[in-house]
Design a protein. Structure first.
Lengths: 321, 241
C-alpha cells in the first residue's frame, strides 16, 4: 500500500533523512518510533506530499507521490504534528471546509460529519469556536479532519501528544477500531502507546531506520539471549549448581532476594528454559516463588537498539579516521 | 473552480470573523474620504480626481495590510500544511486566497460610493471619468494585492510580510514617477523609461483618471498582476520548506 524506497532529505547542511526505506501492506498499522528530531515528521511530510524528497521514491497504492500528488492526497487522511486548525472557525465550519476541499458532496459530507463527530467525541463541542477548545478537543478536531473523507490511509503524527491518559485511551481505541479497514502509520516517542495498538514498528534514529519488524522479534534481537527469572523459598547452594547442570542453561546469575534466593537464568531462544527449570523444580521438590520469562519492554529494546546504532556509526567513523 | 470557491469562502469569511476587517474598512473610508473632502471644499470642483489620485500612494500601505495574513498566518498556525496536503492544486488555493482579499478590497472600495453620489448631487461631474476611475482603482488594488499576496508567502510572520509588501508596492509606484525615471535614465540610459512604462503604474493609472481606458493600460495591470500571481504559484510548487 505504501512503499518508501531510499528517501533522503536534507535541510541546508542538516541531514534529516538518510536512505529511509520501508513498506506497509493494506490494512496494516505501523508504529513509527524514534526520539524527537529523528526524522519521523519529515518522513510523514514526504509521504503526504507536503515535502519533496531529495532522493528516493515513494508510491502510495502504486501511485508515485511526486508524479501524481493529488491522487495520493485523495487517498490519505493526515494529522500533522502541529494540528492545523483555523481558530476563527467553529468545529462544524472547519470540518465542512475540509470536507468540501476534499470534494465531498453535501450528502456525503453530512453523513461523514455525523460519523466523525461521534467517533472523535466532539458532539458537545460541535458548535464551539476552535479557539476556545482545550488541547484535547483540538487534537480530536484534527483527527476528525483527517477522517472526514473516509480515507484508505491514515497518517497521524504524534496523535496523542499533549493529551491526558483518558484521552490517550480514547484515541487509542479509535485507532484500534479502524484497524483492518484502514492502513495506518502513527508516530510517537512514547513507547507504551505502541504495543496496545500494533505489533509492527519501524524505529528511526538520526534519520536512519534502525529497526523494522514486530515488537517481539525486535526485543529478542535487542535482548540477545533468552532470560528467565527463578525464585525459591529455600536457600541452598545446591540450587545454583543444579541450574547450571541443565543442558539448556548457559549462564546463571544470582539476584538479590528478600527471602530465599533468586536467579536470572539465560539460554538460547530455541530452548524452553521455563519448562526445563519447572521439571527440575518438580524433581527436587523446590518451593518456587517465581518462574517467568524476562520481558524486554519496548523501552529497553529501543534504548539498546539506538545505542547499538550509535556505537556502530561511531565505529565507522573511527574506521574512516 | 470548486476548489478555488471553497478556499475563497473560507478566506473571505475569515476577514469578517475578526474585528480587524471593520477597523480596516473604517480606517480606509475615514482617511480616504477625509483627505478628499479637505481638498474638495477648497477646489470647489465636482469631480473625484483628487480621490482617485491619492489612491496609488495610499494603497501602498493599505493593501499589504489586507494581504499580509494570507500565507503568513497559515504558515504560523500550521494550516499551511493542511492546505498543501488537500487534493487541490497550488494555483487553486492561491487564487481562492487572492480573490477573497480582492473581494474584501472591493467591499472597502464600495464604501466610498457616497462620494460620487454626493458629487453628482452637487454638480455635474464627468460620469465616464468616475466609472473609469473606479475600474482603475479596482485594477490598481488587484495589482498591489498580487504583490502583497506574493510577499506574504515569503514570510512567516505578518509584520515582515506587510513591510516587504509595502516596499515592493512602493517600488512599483516610484519607478513610474517621471522624475525618478529621468534620474534612472541618467545612470543607465533607457532603463528609467523602460521601468516607467512597463513596471511603473502612474502613466497607466493617470489615463484612467481622465476617463480613458486603453487596451495597453488594461494589459499593463492585468499582465503585471498575472506575473505576481504566477510567481506565487511557482513559489508554492517549488517550496522545499
Amino acid at each position: 500500500m505504501i512503499e518508501v524506497r531510499g528517501i533522503s532529505k536534507s535541510f541546508g547542511t542538516t541531514v534529516a533523512l538518510d536512505d529511509v526505506s520501508f513498506r506497509l501492506d493494506r490494512g496494516e498499522i505501523l508504529g513509527f518510533l524514534g526520539p524527537n528530531g529523528a526524522g519521523k515528521s519529515t518522513t510523514m511530510k514526504i509521504i503526504t506530499t507536503f515535502l519533496a524528497p531529495d532522493q528516493g521514491r515513494i508510491t502510495v497504492d502504486g501511485i508515485d507521490v511526486l508524479e501524481q500528488p493529488l491522487d495520493v492526497r485523495r487517498r490519505i487522511g493526515y494529522l500533522p504534528e502541529n494540528v492545523p486548525l483555523y481558530l476563527d472557525m467553529n468545529v462544524q465550519e472547519y470540518l465542512t471546509f475540509v470536507g468540501q476541499a476534499r470534494g465531498l458532496s453535501s450528502g456525503q459530507l453530512s453523513k461523514r460529519l455525523d460519523w466523525c463527530v461521534e467517533a472523535c467525541g466532539l458532539v458537545t463541542e460541535f458548535k464551539k469556536n476552535i479557539g476556545e477548545l482545550s488541547k484535547g478537543y483540538r487534537q480530536r478536531t484534527g483527527l476528525a479532519q483527517a477522517l472526514i473523507h473516509d480515507p484508505e490511509i491514515l497518517i497521524l503524527d504524534e496523535p496523542t501528544s499533549g493529551l491526558d491518559p483518558l484521552q490517550i485511551l480514547g484515541i487509542r481505541d479509535l485507532i484500534k477500531s479502524l484497524a483492518g479497514e484502514k492502513t495506518i502509520i502513527f508516530s510517537t516517542h512514547i513507547l507504551q502507546e505502541v504495543t496496545p495498538v500494533t505489533d509492527r514498528v519501524v524505529i528511526i534514529n538520526e534519520g536512519r531506520i534502525i529497526a523494522d519488524g514486530n515488537v517481539g522479534d525486535l526485543s529478542r534481537d535487542a535482548m540477545g539471549t533468552n532470560r528467565i527469572f527463578v525464585g525459591l523459598r529455600q536457600d541452598t547452594a545446591s540450587v545454583e549448581s543444579a541450574l547450571r547442570g541443565l543442558d539448556e542453561v548457559t549462564e546463571v546469575r544470582p539476584l538479590p532476594a528478600a527471602e530465599g534466593c533468586r536467579f536470572e537464568v539465560r539460554g538460547s531462544f530455541d530452548t524452553d528454559l521455563v519448562g526445563a527449570v519447572g521439571r527440575l523444580a518438580r524433581d527436587r521438590n523446590w518451593d518456587l516463588t517465581q518462574l517467568n520469562e524476562a520481558v524486554y519492554s519496548l523501552e529497553d529494546t529501543f534504548i539498546s537498539l539506538t545505542r547499538r546504532a550509535r556505537d556502530r556509526s561511531r565505529g565507522n567513523l573511527r574506521g574512516v579516521a | 473552480m470548486t476548489n478555488t470557491m471553497t478556499v475563497f469562502r473560507r478566506e473571505f469569511a475569515s476577514y469578517f470573523n475578526s474585528p480587524i476587517a471593520y477597523i480596516f474598512i473604517i480606517a480606509f473610508l475615514v482617511l480616504n474620504s477625509g483627505l478628499f473632502m479637505t481638498g474638495f471644499f477648497l477646489n470647489a470642483s465636482a469631480d473625484l480626481r483628487s480621490f482617485f489620485g491619492n489612491l496609488p500612494f495610499f494603497l501602498i500601505f493599505f493593501i499589504p495590510a489586507v494581504s499580509m495574513r494570507l500565507w503568513a498566518e497559515d504558515k504560523r498556525t500550521g494550516t499551511f500544511e493542511l492546505l498543501m496536503t488537500l487534493p487541490m492544486r497550488a494555483r487553486e488555493v492561491m487564487m481562492g486566497k487572492y480573490l477573497a482579499a480582492f473581494a474584501f478590497y472591493l467591499v472597502a472600495l464600495a464604501g466610498t460610493l457616497p462620494l460620487p453620489i454626493m458629487v453628482t448631487a452637487l454638480g455635474n461631474p464627468d460620469v465616464g471619468a468616475i466609472w473609469s476611475g473606479y475600474i482603475g482603482a479596482a485594477l490598481l488594488g488587484g495589482l498591489y494585492l498580487a504583490v502583497g499576496t506574493f510577499t506574504s508567502g515569503l514570510m512567516r510572520d505578518q509584520i515582515s510580510a506587510v513591510i516587504l509588501g509595502i516596499m515592493a508596492c512602493f517600488l512599483i509606484f516610484i519607478v513610474g514617477v517621471p522624475g525618478v525615471a529621468a534620474t534612472i535614465d541618467g545612470w543607465i540610459p533607457g532603463l528609467g523609461s523602460f521601468l516607467q512604462h512597463f513596471v511603473g503604474l502612474s502613466d497607466h493609472f493617470e489615463m484612467m483618471l481622465r476617463g480613458v481606458i486603453t487596451l495597453g493600460d488594461l494589459a499593463y495591470f492585468l499582465g503585471l498582476t498575472a506575473v505576481f500571481l504566477s510567481l506565487n504559484t511557482l513559489w508554492l510548487k517549488g517550496r522545499k520548506y
